[in-house]
Structures are given as structure tokens and as C-alpha cells.
Design a protein around this ligand. Structure first.
Ligand SMILES: *Cc1c(COP(=O)(O)O)cnc(C)c1O
Length: 455
């Protein structure tokens, strides 16, 4: 048993050493992927290897290929770090090896999910009666929410999609902004609705859906099963759709309003940004990530549904006849997985660690740092092209080729990391401030490095 204790301690020490090195370590410098793979390579061993040796080999092989995305100067995609207590809880979830399938498989996991789900709804301003599925990411959350939507709009049209499938079903129309996230399209493919079901609605200057265009599109489409897929947090600009108006429109036409709020829904957790997602409580389903802006470990996200019956009808593992019979849906009835890791433990721990004020402060700090980034880069003579309303900053450095060269130089330099994006036909640097450990000094140091490399 001492060997096991020693092994686990070594793993924890490696993780802690790595985390402590993050403020000083180069961020995401390019690696030779083939060389990295060779470090893991070799024939499949015939004989067992002692665990201590396996761990040592793993650390040696992996270390050069780790991206410091958990650190304070990683601004790529919308990534976020991982809070200390949440990370430790996740380590325990692995150590305890719990299956969050249901309360028989792991009562503790279900209890943590139950309480964390209640806290999440309170923080986000989602009705307390909503169901919560603890899923792997925004992609899975969108799929669950749109599955519930598919169930309800087809039930309303007299079609039992869970039993009959989509062959011969009334056509479902899905209205979504032209700048929706790519995961929405994949969810529609997975759900058999297909991307031809999409009616792309024009967006305003910052990429939020144009409510007048949505109203016109709904009116022109006429009656029929209708899903309106909205967005809180455009991955480029951070813009949020006018949820109050768009949900009202969806309902006026008998439709279902789903909100993809993978990171932007967290605007609801601070009084300073709450107005950006005003009206969100009127939606029927919401997708939100934990592993992005809330700084929980991977893979953690939430599928909320205002209609637990529709949620369970779409996702339930139990027979359909059990749904609505008064039984409370279990975890596995609200997600696409059957066996699942106990991600609710890390969610509970992260929320306990931050508290309501800590979550609000995290959101406010990231938004303030994004503005600091924008101000610094503007002062240095570069062009910030979006309204910095949330944690996203888009920067141009001249023509596309020059911007791409600056992005590549920044990535190779290692002071900070930011990615490139194409928005409105233009190549831009995209900066996302989503890490709980980022400081003003980190932003200033990054602005200085970007300015130096751009000149
Ligand atoms: C990141 C993101 C997603 C996908 O989330 P994953 O956690 O990567 O699956 C969906 N929608 C939006 C708006 C996002 O920012």
C-alpha cells in the first residue's frame, strides 16, 4: 500500500510543480509533434511495467508537449484555467473512481451534482425548476438542449420523435445567427435535423443576431416546428444576442428558445455585465461551459432545461413510459453518456472555493483586463476592431499577411499566446481573457511583447 501512496503523491507533486512553474514558463512554444510522438513510441509492451516507472516515463514524454494554457498569459481560443480546489477535487474524483451514472452507482457524485446544479442556476439566473445535465462541453450541452427542443417542437406538432425518428416527421426549422458557433451545426447533424434545417439570420455589427431580421424570418417561415438558437458570447467579439427580445419572438411563434452561452452566460454572474444577457431566464434551454470561464477542469459543462420532462424525454436512459411519472430524472437521464466520471465534485469544489462574490469578481476582472489589453494595444498604435464588452479582444495589425505574421511571432516568442481568427473576412488576432490567475502585470507584459514583435 505504501507504493500506491508514494505513486499518488508523486503524481500530485508533478502536477503542483507544473502549476507553480506556469507564471514563468514559456507559453505554448512550437513543438516538433513527430519528436513528441516518438518519445511516447515503442512497441506495445508484452510484459507489465511497474507503476512508478510508467509515471516517470509519462512525465518525461509529456512535459515538452504541455501547453501552459492553465497559466496567466494564455489567451488562445476561450480556454480558462483550473481553480486549485476544483483541480484537487478532480484528482480525488479519479482517485475515488466514482461512476456518476446514478445514485446507486455513486450517491456522493449525485449529491454533489444536485447541490452544484442548484448553485449554478442561482448564479446564472436560470429558473430553479430547470434540470441540469453535467456534460462534457458546450458541444454536448448544445446537443442535449437541442435534443430537448426537437422533442418538444415535434411533440407539439403531434409527432413522437423518440419513437418514430425523423423519417416522415414534420420539418423542423432552426433559426440561428449567421455567427453561431460551429458546434450548433454539428449538434443539428447529430440530431438528424441536418444543417439544411438552419435558417441563418443576419447579425448586427458585433455579430449578435439582428432581432428585426429574426422577426421577419419567423414571420416569413409561417407555422411549423420552430427552434430559435441564440448565443450569449460570440467567440470572436463576445457579443450577446438580445435574449429578451429573441426569446419573446421564439415564443410568439410557438418555438423553443435555446441559448448557447458556453462562456458568455457567465456575464449573468456579475451585476456589472448582467445586462448583456438580460432576459435569459425566458429561454427554454441553455448550454454553458464550466471548463472555460468558470475555470473548472476539463471536461465540464452544463445542459440546463426549463422543461425537465422534455430534457428527460430526449435524453433518458430509462424507458420513455417512466418519464413524467413523478420520478426525478437521474444524471444519466440528462446526458448522452451512461457511465460518467464524477465531474460534479469539481464543480461543487470550484463554486465553494469562489463563492458568489468570487465568481462575480472573476468575470469582472477578466472583462477589465480585456479592456486593459484593448487600451494598451490601441495606445501602441494597433487596431482593436470589436466593442470590448466582455472578455474578447480582436486586433488587426494591418493587412491579413502582416496580422498572421504577428500572430505567428507572438506564438513563437512564448511570452503569451493568442490565436488568429477570420472575422468579417479579415484576419485578426483574437485575445480571450478567461483565466482566474491573470493579473494586470501579465496583460502589460503581454501587450509589450506583442507591440515589440509587431514592430
Ligand atoms: C467553446 C464554445 C462552444 C463549444 O464548447 P466546448 O466546450 O468546446 O464543447 C460552443 N459555443 C460557444 C459559443 C463556445 O464558445
Amino acid at each position: 500500500m505504501d507504493d500506491l501512496r508514494h505513486l499518488f503523491r508523486r503524481a500530485a507533486d508533478h502536477a503542483a510543480d507544473y502549476r507553480l512553474s506556469l507564471p514563468d514558463r514559456p507559453v505554448g512554444v512550437p513543438v516538433d509533434q513527430a519528436a513528441l510522438t516518438r518519445a511516447f513510441a515503442g512497441p506495445l509492451p508484452d510484459a507489465p511495467t511497474p507503476p512508478e516507472q510508467v509515471l516517470a516515463e509519462l512525465v518525461a514524454a509529456a512535459e515538452p508537449g504541455l501547453v501552459a494554457s492553465a497559466g496567466p498569459r494564455y489567451f488562445g481560443f476561450v480556454i480558462g484555467g483550473a481553480l486549485p480546489a476544483a483541480t484537487a477535487a478532480d484528482m480525488l474524483a479519479a482517485g475515488w473512481d466514482q461512476n456518476a451514472f446514478n445514485a446507486v452507482a455513486s450517491p456522493a457524485s449525485v449529491a454533489a451534482e444536485t447541490v452544484a446544479g442548484t448553485w449554478l442556476k442561482e448564479l446564472l439566473g436560470i429558473p430553479a425548476t430547470a434540470s441540469v445535465g453535467f456534460v462534457t462541453g458546450g458541444q454536448a450541452a448544445n446537443t442535449a438542449g437541442l435534443a430537448a427542443a426537437r422533442h418538444q417542437v415535434l411533440t407539439d406538432a403531434g409527432w413522437d420523435v423518440e419513437r418514430r425518428g425523423l423519417t416522415g416527421a414534420p420539418a423542423v426549422r432552426v433559426f440561428a445567427g449567421a455567427e453561431r458557433h460551429a458546434t450548433v451545426d454539428r449538434s443539428l447533424r447529430l440530431l438528424g435535423l441536418g444543417t439544411d434545417a438552419l435558417r441563418a439570420v443576419p447579425v448586427g455589427p458585433q455579430g449578435a443576431i439582428d432581432p428585426d431580421a429574426l422577426a421577419a424570418a419567423l414571420r416569413d417561415a409561417g407555422p411549423g416546428p420552430t427552434i430559435v438558437c441564440l448565443q450569449a458570447g460570440n467567440v470572436n467579439t463576445g457579443a450577446c444576442d438580445d435574449l429578451r427580445r429573441a426569446c419573446g419572438l421564439a415564443h410568439r411563434y410557438g418555438g423553443w428558445a435555446h441559448v448557447d452561452g458556453a462562456f458568455g452566460l457567465w456575464a449573468a454572474a456579475s451585476p456589472a455585465t448582467r445586462h448583456l444577457v438580460d432576459g435569459l431566464a425566458a429561454a427554454d434551454s441553455w448550454a454553458c461551459d464550466g471548463h472555460k470561464w468558470l475555470n473548472l477542469p476539463y471536461d465540464t459543462a452544463f445542459a440546463f432545461c426549463a422543461r425537465p420532462d422534455a430534457h428527460a424525454a430526449a435524453m433518458s436512459l430509462a424507458a420513455a413510459y417512466l418519464v413524467g411519472s413523478g420520478g426525478v430524472p437521474a444524471g444519466a437521464d440528462l446526458t448522452a453518456e451512461s457511465s460518467r466520471r464524477a465531474r460534479g465534485l469539481a464543480v461543487w469544489a470550484g463554486l465553494r472555493e469562489l463563492g458568489r462574490d468570487g465568481v462575480a469578481a472573476l468575470v469582472e476582472r477578466c472583462c477589465a483586463l480585456a479592456r486593459r489589453f484593448a487600451d494598451g494595444l490601441t495606445a501602441a498604435g494597433f487596431e482593436v476592431v470589436n466593442d470590448v464588452v466582455l472578455n474578447q479582444v480582436l486586433v488587426g495589425f494591418g493587412d491579413d499577411a502582416r496580422t498572421d505574421r504577428v500572430v505567428a511571432a507572438v506564438q513563437a516568442d512564448g511570452t503569451c499566446w493568442a490565436g488568429g481568427t477570420t472575422w468579417r473576412g479579415r484576419r485578426l488576432m483574437r485575445i480571450s481573457v478567461s483565466n482566474a490567475t491573470t493579473t494586470e502585470a501579465d496583460v502589460d507584459r503581454s501587450v509589450a511583447a506583442i507591440a515589440r514583435l509587431a514592430r
